[in-house]
Design a protein around this ligand. Structure first.
Ligand SMILES: Cc1cc2nc3c(=O)[nH]c(=O)nc-3n(C[C@H](O)[C@H](O)[C@H](O)COP(=O)(O)O)c2cc1C
Length: 331
């Protein structure tokens, strides 16, 4: 999860390595890094690590070694597209289509952006990660292409569902082809609109997940923010159950969204999750994986004082970021 602990120049910082290590050794099956910028123009916050250049390799290698034996460590590839702040990237942000404050990628730029993902994925393997996650959720570039409202192109990358889904699926196909068979390639999708996601349709999410499986993705990571909420489009089902029922058993479904304790974990499994994605709970609880196995365990829940964050081992810079973007976590 994004923590802004890396250097301003995009190098992975010691603080980010120490933070990942403090959580990655807790006993998780797999750990995904914070979103690493796959293109310079897709960067977001100051303190985000980059994976778009070989100069980042020493830091990335250090990050890739922040693990316990047996834990699969996955680099998340992130391009923020139209949501990259102009102040961070020093130019007009690029999205699928023109909009207020950003402009559409040309066809040639789309091809170059795909290339950037492929070389970033190869770089992740050179750094020693076990694989990559393509972040196509939360309204970032691949989700912008998929979006019914943010993608108004009328070329091979936009129009009907086939063409709006072409960009995220091209990323899966090309990255899969470029990496060894035993490297993990997973795709993160928002189930439906929530927070930054715009124009995401549950049935289209299912179809993208199915096609990603056919293209050789190893897992789909579904972001729902709260596993207990019914689908907006099909309210008789949760998004997780809806997607799971329509995917082949071949592809594992990771589901993340407000899993805090053993009852939530059971609920998520009952809804069809094959793996649980744990975010916020693990920021505040060092013993998250053990706790989730124990019915009697009760996690620490925000809001927290600065002192409590410190006691939980959360670095000050991360607390500052939370204060700005997620003020509800601070007492
Ligand atoms: C501080 C913070 C940073 C996050 N950073 C990322 C990120 O870099 N990549 C990503 O895919 N999701 C990110 N998310 C979303 C989480 O991965 C997760 O989907 C969401 O928080 C819901 O799961 P949870 O209830 O277990 O936290 C972030 C969430 C928070 C609160």
């Amino acid at each position: 999860m994004t923590n802004t602990l890396s250097e301003a120049d995009g190098n992975v910082g010691q603080d980010e390595c120490d933070w990942l290590l403090s959580r990655a050794t807790a006993g998780f099956g797999s750990v995904v890094t914070s979103g690493l910028a796959s293109s310079a123009v897709g960067r977001n916050w100051v303190g985000q690590a980059g994976i778009y250049d070989d100069r980042f390799l020493p830091g990335l290698s250090q990050l890739a070694s922040a693990r316990a034996p047996g834990t699969v460590l996955i680099a998340q590839l992130l391009h923020c597209g139209l949501r990259s702040p102009a102040s961070s990237i020093g130019q007009t942000p690029l999205g699928p289509s023109d909009g207020p404050g950003w402009r559409a990628l040309t066809q040639a730029e789309v091809e170059l952006t795909v290339e950037d993902y492929v070389t970033a994925a190869e770089r992740a393997m050179r750094a020693g990660f076990d694989g990559v996650e393509i972040h196509a959720a939360h309204g970032y570039l691949p989700a912008q292409f998929l979006s019914r409202v943010e993608n108004t192109r009328n070329d091979k990358w936009g129009g009907d569902f086939e063409r709006r889904s072409a960009f995220p699926l091209e990323l899966v196909a090309r990255v899969r082809k470029a990496l060894p068979d035993d490297a993990v390639v997973q795709l993160r999708l928002s189930a439906e609109d929530m927070r930054q996601s715009r124009g995401i349709d549950l049935d289209e999410t299912v179809e993208v997940a199915r096609r990603a499986a056919d293209l050789g993705a190893d897992a789909v990571s579904l972001s729902v923010w709260n596993i207990r909420l019914p689908s907006q489009k099909h309210p008789r089902s949760t998004p997780a159950a809806y997607v799971r029922a329509r995917l082949t058993d071949r592809i594992p479904l990771i589901v993340a969204g407000s899993i805090w304790d053993a009852a939530d974990a059971r609920f998520a499994f009952d809804e069809g999750a094959d793996q649980l994605g744990i975010g916020r709970m693990a920021i505040f609880n060092r013993d998250a994986p053990q706790g989730l196995r124990d019915d009697a365990w009760s996690p620490a829940r925000p809001p927290f004082s600065v002192q409590q964050f410190g006691d939980a081992g959360v670095p000050e810079k991360f607390v500052d970021y939370l204060r700005g973007k997620w003020p509800e976590y601070l007492a």
